[in-house]
Design a protein. Sequence first.
Length: 139
Amino acid sequence: MFKTWIAILAVTLTAACAQMHQPYDALAIDKSPGKAVIYVVRSNPDLGPLPSQIKLNDQLVGSTHPGTYYRLEVPAGRHRLSGYGQDSGAMTIDVQADRVYFVQQKVSGTFRSPTPHSFFSVIDEAQGRAAMTGAWRAG
């Protein structure tokens, strides 16, 4: 019975890790022809350890954790990044085609107060690359 639980735990942990992609590679930052690319990066350590779900233009993107990032390809124009549910953090960003943008997400909250709150800010490429060092691609 104990071995069965260990096997189930191993499979569950492997499946959970399967959603995480390769760690950030300095060569991985590239443009997408005719689109803007937004990297949403969450540093590790962060203000808090809680996962946070984010939306782009009212569409759920997924969950961020300390040390993860998302690569979002979007058309040129105005876009809104926001938290999901009780997370009221949000920002609006205007983007141009054939450009790359970096948005840092910081999340406050603890396991005693389990409601995450996101803070989004646009950062320059050097800061973005530094924040992404060692981060894992989520999604």
